[in-house]
Design a protein around this ligand. Sequence first.
Ligand SMILES: [Fe+2]
Length: 314
Amino acid sequence: MGPKARFDGADNAASAAGSTVAFVASRAMASTRAVREFMSPLSTRASRASRNRVRSFAFRHVGPLIDSARQQNNQPFNLMITRRTALKTASAATAALAAAATFTDALAQAPAPTGPFTLAPLPYANDALEPHIDAATMGIHHGRHHAAYVAGLNRAVAGTDLAKKSVEDIVRGLATAPENIRTALRNHGGGHLNHTLFWRMMKKGGGGQPKGALASAMEKKFGGFDKFREAFTASAMGQFGSGWAWLSVDDKKELRIEATANQDSPLTAGRMPLLGVDVWEHAYYLKYQNKRADYVAAFFNVIDWDFVAERFGK
Ligand SMILES: [Fe+2]
Protein backbone atom coordinates (compact mmCIF):
# COMPACT_ATOMS: atom_id res chain seq x y z
CA MET A 1 0.00 0.00 0.00
CA GLY A 2 1.54 3.31 -1.10
CA PRO A 3 1.35 6.57 0.80
CA LYS A 4 -1.62 7.77 -1.26
CA ALA A 5 -3.58 4.58 -0.63
CA ARG A 6 -2.82 4.72 3.09
CA PHE A 7 -3.98 8.32 3.20
CA ASP A 8 -7.21 7.42 1.42
CA GLY A 9 -7.73 4.47 3.73
CA ALA A 10 -7.33 6.69 6.78
CA ASP A 11 -9.64 9.24 5.23
CA ASN A 12 -12.33 6.69 4.52
CA ALA A 13 -12.00 5.11 7.95
CA ALA A 14 -12.21 8.52 9.59
CA SER A 15 -15.32 9.21 7.54
CA ALA A 16 -16.84 5.89 8.56
CA ALA A 17 -16.09 6.55 12.22
CA GLY A 18 -17.44 10.02 11.94
CA SER A 19 -20.60 8.84 10.25
CA THR A 20 -21.21 6.24 12.91
CA VAL A 21 -20.53 8.62 15.78
CA ALA A 22 -22.72 11.19 14.07
CA PHE A 23 -25.49 8.63 13.67
CA VAL A 24 -25.38 7.59 17.31
CA ALA A 25 -25.00 11.14 18.51
CA SER A 26 -27.83 12.28 16.29
CA ARG A 27 -30.12 9.76 17.96
CA ALA A 28 -29.28 11.28 21.30
CA MET A 29 -28.84 14.90 20.33
CA ALA A 30 -30.71 15.32 17.08
CA SER A 31 -31.46 18.96 17.61
CA THR A 32 -28.14 20.11 18.93
CA ARG A 33 -25.97 22.60 17.17
CA ALA A 34 -23.01 20.26 17.52
CA VAL A 35 -24.60 17.65 15.27
CA ARG A 36 -25.60 20.22 12.66
CA GLU A 37 -22.10 21.60 12.60
CA PHE A 38 -20.62 18.15 12.48
CA MET A 39 -22.65 16.69 9.64
CA SER A 40 -21.71 19.16 6.92
CA PRO A 41 -18.08 18.16 6.33
CA LEU A 42 -19.03 14.50 6.01
CA SER A 43 -21.08 15.08 2.90
CA THR A 44 -17.91 15.13 0.84
CA ARG A 45 -14.68 13.13 1.08
CA ALA A 46 -13.05 13.92 4.39
CA SER A 47 -10.33 16.55 4.25
CA ARG A 48 -7.70 17.03 6.91
CA ALA A 49 -9.83 19.76 8.42
CA SER A 50 -12.90 17.59 8.52
CA ARG A 51 -10.93 14.72 10.04
CA ASN A 52 -9.88 17.11 12.74
CA ARG A 53 -13.51 18.02 13.27
CA VAL A 54 -14.37 14.32 13.45
CA ARG A 55 -11.67 13.85 16.04
CA SER A 56 -12.77 16.89 17.98
CA PHE A 57 -16.40 15.80 17.90
CA ALA A 58 -15.53 12.27 18.99
CA PHE A 59 -13.57 13.52 21.98
CA ARG A 60 -16.34 15.89 22.97
CA HIS A 61 -19.15 13.40 22.64
CA VAL A 62 -17.86 9.84 22.92
CA GLY A 63 -17.18 10.52 26.63
CA PRO A 64 -20.87 10.90 27.50
CA LEU A 65 -21.67 7.89 25.31
CA ILE A 66 -19.16 5.84 27.29
CA ASP A 67 -20.75 7.19 30.48
CA SER A 68 -24.06 5.88 29.28
CA ALA A 69 -22.74 2.49 28.22
CA ARG A 70 -20.98 2.04 31.56
CA GLN A 71 -24.11 2.99 33.43
CA GLN A 72 -26.34 0.66 31.50
CA ASN A 73 -24.01 -2.31 31.28
CA ASN A 74 -22.93 -1.96 34.88
CA GLN A 75 -19.45 -2.98 33.77
CA PRO A 76 -16.10 -1.24 33.62
CA PHE A 77 -15.71 0.12 30.12
CA ASN A 78 -12.37 -0.91 28.69
CA LEU A 79 -11.88 1.37 25.76
CA MET A 80 -8.64 3.23 25.25
CA ILE A 81 -8.53 6.07 22.76
CA THR A 82 -5.42 8.18 22.56
CA ARG A 83 -5.22 11.47 20.77
CA ARG A 84 -2.24 10.25 18.77
CA THR A 85 -4.13 7.21 17.59
CA ALA A 86 -7.17 9.23 16.71
CA LEU A 87 -5.08 11.69 14.75
CA LYS A 88 -2.76 9.44 12.86
CA THR A 89 -4.28 6.08 12.13
CA ALA A 90 -7.44 4.41 11.09
CA SER A 91 -7.62 2.59 14.44
CA ALA A 92 -9.44 5.70 15.62
CA ALA A 93 -12.24 4.55 13.38
CA THR A 94 -12.28 1.13 15.03
CA ALA A 95 -12.32 2.67 18.50
CA ALA A 96 -15.10 5.09 17.66
CA LEU A 97 -17.10 2.30 16.02
CA ALA A 98 -16.64 0.14 19.12
CA ALA A 99 -17.83 2.99 21.35
CA ALA A 100 -20.79 3.62 19.11
CA ALA A 101 -21.66 -0.08 18.93
CA THR A 102 -21.45 -0.44 22.70
CA PHE A 103 -23.67 2.58 23.13
CA THR A 104 -26.28 1.35 20.68
CA ASP A 105 -26.14 -2.14 22.23
CA ALA A 106 -26.69 -0.60 25.65
CA LEU A 107 -29.70 1.31 24.38
CA ALA A 108 -31.08 -1.81 22.76
CA GLN A 109 -30.62 -3.84 25.94
CA ALA A 110 -32.45 -1.38 28.19
CA PRO A 111 -36.01 -2.66 28.37
CA ALA A 112 -38.95 -0.39 28.98
CA PRO A 113 -39.46 -0.04 32.74
CA THR A 114 -42.55 -2.03 33.54
CA GLY A 115 -42.40 -2.05 37.32
CA PRO A 116 -42.52 -2.30 40.18
CA PHE A 117 -40.47 0.89 39.81
CA THR A 118 -41.47 3.44 37.21
CA LEU A 119 -40.08 6.61 35.75
CA ALA A 120 -42.20 9.56 36.85
CA PRO A 121 -42.41 12.45 34.39
CA LEU A 122 -40.21 15.45 35.04
CA PRO A 123 -42.07 17.92 37.27
CA TYR A 124 -41.50 20.60 34.61
CA ALA A 125 -40.81 20.91 30.88
CA ASN A 126 -37.40 19.89 29.52
CA ASP A 127 -36.57 23.54 28.82
CA ALA A 128 -37.82 24.89 32.17
CA LEU A 129 -34.31 25.25 33.57
CA GLU A 130 -32.87 27.03 30.52
CA PRO A 131 -30.44 28.69 30.16
CA HIS A 132 -28.78 27.12 33.19
CA ILE A 133 -29.47 23.51 32.24
CA ASP A 134 -30.36 22.95 28.62
CA ALA A 135 -33.41 21.10 27.33
CA ALA A 136 -31.40 18.50 25.38
CA THR A 137 -29.47 17.51 28.50
CA MET A 138 -32.64 17.32 30.56
CA GLY A 139 -34.39 15.17 27.96
CA ILE A 140 -31.52 12.70 27.64
CA HIS A 141 -30.70 12.71 31.34
CA HIS A 142 -34.24 11.95 32.41
CA GLY A 143 -35.58 9.98 29.45
CA ARG A 144 -32.53 7.77 28.91
CA HIS A 145 -30.18 7.80 31.89
CA HIS A 146 -32.78 7.83 34.65
CA ALA A 147 -34.94 5.43 32.65
CA ALA A 148 -31.99 3.02 32.46
CA TYR A 149 -31.60 3.09 36.25
CA VAL A 150 -35.29 2.30 36.68
CA ALA A 151 -35.01 -0.58 34.21
CA GLY A 152 -31.86 -1.87 35.93
CA LEU A 153 -33.52 -1.73 39.34
CA ASN A 154 -36.54 -3.60 38.03
CA ARG A 155 -34.28 -6.29 36.62
CA ALA A 156 -32.41 -6.57 39.92
CA VAL A 157 -35.48 -6.97 42.15
CA ALA A 158 -37.42 -9.26 39.80
CA GLY A 159 -38.60 -12.31 41.71
CA THR A 160 -37.39 -11.05 45.11
CA ASP A 161 -39.16 -9.57 48.13
CA LEU A 162 -37.35 -6.31 47.45
CA ALA A 163 -39.86 -5.68 44.67
CA LYS A 164 -42.32 -4.72 47.43
CA LYS A 165 -39.97 -2.25 49.14
CA SER A 166 -39.51 1.44 48.48
CA VAL A 167 -36.35 2.55 46.72
CA GLU A 168 -35.41 4.49 49.88
CA ASP A 169 -35.59 1.29 51.95
CA ILE A 170 -33.57 -0.61 49.35
CA VAL A 171 -30.79 2.00 49.32
CA ARG A 172 -30.87 2.35 53.12
CA GLY A 173 -30.61 -1.41 53.56
CA LEU A 174 -27.90 -2.26 51.06
CA ALA A 175 -25.71 -3.85 53.74
CA THR A 176 -28.23 -6.65 54.22
CA ALA A 177 -29.28 -7.02 50.60
CA PRO A 178 -28.63 -10.33 48.84
CA GLU A 179 -25.02 -10.36 47.76
CA ASN A 180 -25.70 -11.47 44.20
CA ILE A 181 -27.75 -8.36 43.44
CA ARG A 182 -26.23 -5.89 45.93
CA THR A 183 -24.09 -4.09 43.35
CA ALA A 184 -27.01 -3.78 40.94
CA LEU A 185 -29.20 -2.41 43.76
CA ARG A 186 -26.46 0.01 44.76
CA ASN A 187 -25.97 1.34 41.24
CA HIS A 188 -29.50 1.26 39.86
CA GLY A 189 -31.40 1.75 43.10
CA GLY A 190 -29.10 4.61 43.98
CA GLY A 191 -29.43 5.99 40.46
CA HIS A 192 -33.22 5.90 40.61
CA LEU A 193 -33.38 7.48 44.07
CA ASN A 194 -30.75 10.14 43.39
CA HIS A 195 -32.30 11.26 40.12
CA THR A 196 -35.83 11.27 41.51
CA LEU A 197 -34.61 13.69 44.19
CA PHE A 198 -32.49 15.67 41.76
CA TRP A 199 -35.45 16.66 39.56
CA ARG A 200 -37.34 17.85 42.63
CA MET A 201 -34.38 19.79 44.00
CA MET A 202 -34.55 22.13 41.01
CA LYS A 203 -37.26 24.38 39.62
CA LYS A 204 -37.83 27.13 37.11
CA GLY A 205 -37.02 30.45 38.74
CA GLY A 206 -35.13 28.74 41.56
CA GLY A 207 -31.92 29.86 43.19
CA GLY A 208 -31.47 32.41 45.92
CA GLN A 209 -30.92 31.25 49.48
CA PRO A 210 -32.79 29.11 51.98
CA LYS A 211 -34.78 30.69 54.78
CA GLY A 212 -35.85 29.69 58.27
CA ALA A 213 -34.44 26.74 60.16
CA LEU A 214 -32.25 25.57 57.29
CA ALA A 215 -30.66 29.02 56.96
CA SER A 216 -29.99 29.02 60.71
CA ALA A 217 -28.46 25.55 60.58
CA MET A 218 -26.21 26.62 57.70
CA GLU A 219 -25.11 29.67 59.62
CA LYS A 220 -24.24 27.53 62.61
CA LYS A 221 -22.44 24.78 60.69
CA PHE A 222 -20.74 26.65 57.85
CA GLY A 223 -20.77 30.30 58.90
CA GLY A 224 -23.44 31.35 56.43
CA PHE A 225 -24.78 30.62 52.96
CA ASP A 226 -21.74 31.90 51.06
CA LYS A 227 -19.44 29.65 53.03
CA PHE A 228 -21.81 26.73 52.48
CA ARG A 229 -21.87 27.42 48.74
CA GLU A 230 -18.09 27.56 48.63
CA ALA A 231 -17.70 24.24 50.45
CA PHE A 232 -20.44 22.52 48.46
CA THR A 233 -18.86 23.67 45.19
CA ALA A 234 -15.44 22.47 46.35
CA SER A 235 -16.95 19.08 47.14
CA ALA A 236 -18.55 18.88 43.68
CA MET A 237 -15.30 19.88 42.02
CA GLY A 238 -13.26 17.48 44.12
CA GLN A 239 -15.28 14.39 43.26
CA PHE A 240 -12.97 12.54 40.88
CA GLY A 241 -14.92 10.99 38.03
CA SER A 242 -18.63 10.29 38.30
CA GLY A 243 -20.61 10.94 41.42
CA TRP A 244 -22.52 13.48 43.46
CA ALA A 245 -21.95 16.23 46.00
CA TRP A 246 -24.49 16.44 48.77
CA LEU A 247 -25.81 18.51 51.60
CA SER A 248 -27.08 15.91 54.02
CA VAL A 249 -28.32 15.80 57.58
CA ASP A 250 -27.75 13.18 60.27
CA ASP A 251 -30.12 11.97 62.96
CA LYS A 252 -28.90 14.72 65.30
CA LYS A 253 -29.98 17.34 62.73
CA GLU A 254 -26.40 18.24 61.97
CA LEU A 255 -25.67 19.31 58.43
CA ARG A 256 -22.82 17.84 56.42
CA ILE A 257 -21.33 18.29 52.98
CA GLU A 258 -20.16 15.07 51.41
CA ALA A 259 -19.37 13.58 48.03
CA THR A 260 -20.24 10.09 46.87
CA ALA A 261 -18.93 8.07 43.95
CA ASN A 262 -21.13 6.74 41.18
CA GLN A 263 -24.72 6.47 42.45
CA ASP A 264 -23.99 6.01 46.14
CA SER A 265 -26.33 7.87 48.47
CA PRO A 266 -25.78 9.35 51.94
CA LEU A 267 -28.87 7.35 52.89
CA THR A 268 -26.81 4.15 52.92
CA ALA A 269 -24.62 5.73 55.61
CA GLY A 270 -27.68 6.78 57.63
CA ARG A 271 -27.88 10.40 56.55
CA MET A 272 -30.74 12.04 54.68
CA PRO A 273 -29.79 13.76 51.43
CA LEU A 274 -31.22 17.29 51.34
CA LEU A 275 -29.56 18.68 48.23
CA GLY A 276 -27.42 16.94 45.64
CA VAL A 277 -25.72 17.90 42.42
CA ASP A 278 -25.10 15.23 39.81
CA VAL A 279 -21.52 15.55 38.57
CA TRP A 280 -21.61 12.67 36.10
CA GLU A 281 -20.60 14.06 32.72
CA HIS A 282 -24.01 13.12 31.33
CA ALA A 283 -25.46 15.86 33.57
CA TYR A 284 -23.57 18.71 31.95
CA TYR A 285 -21.32 17.73 29.06
CA LEU A 286 -23.54 18.82 26.16
CA LYS A 287 -23.67 22.42 27.35
CA TYR A 288 -20.60 22.78 29.53
CA GLN A 289 -18.21 20.11 28.16
CA ASN A 290 -15.41 19.83 30.75
CA LYS A 291 -16.33 23.03 32.59
CA ARG A 292 -17.84 21.43 35.66
CA ALA A 293 -17.38 24.59 37.71
CA ASP A 294 -19.65 26.53 35.34
CA TYR A 295 -22.29 23.83 35.58
CA VAL A 296 -22.17 23.79 39.39
CA ALA A 297 -22.43 27.59 39.45
CA ALA A 298 -25.42 27.38 37.10
CA PHE A 299 -27.01 24.72 39.31
CA PHE A 300 -27.24 27.27 42.12
CA ASN A 301 -29.59 29.32 39.89
CA VAL A 302 -32.17 26.54 39.75
CA ILE A 303 -32.15 25.08 43.28
CA ASP A 304 -35.59 24.76 44.83
CA TRP A 305 -34.74 25.77 48.39
CA ASP A 306 -38.34 25.31 49.52
CA PHE A 307 -38.09 21.62 48.66
CA VAL A 308 -34.69 21.32 50.36
CA ALA A 309 -35.92 23.13 53.50
CA GLU A 310 -38.99 20.91 53.62
CA ARG A 311 -36.76 17.84 53.69
CA PHE A 312 -34.69 19.39 56.45
CA GLY A 313 -37.86 19.96 58.47
CA LYS A 314 -38.90 16.29 58.33
FE1 LIG B 1 -27.36 11.63 36.25
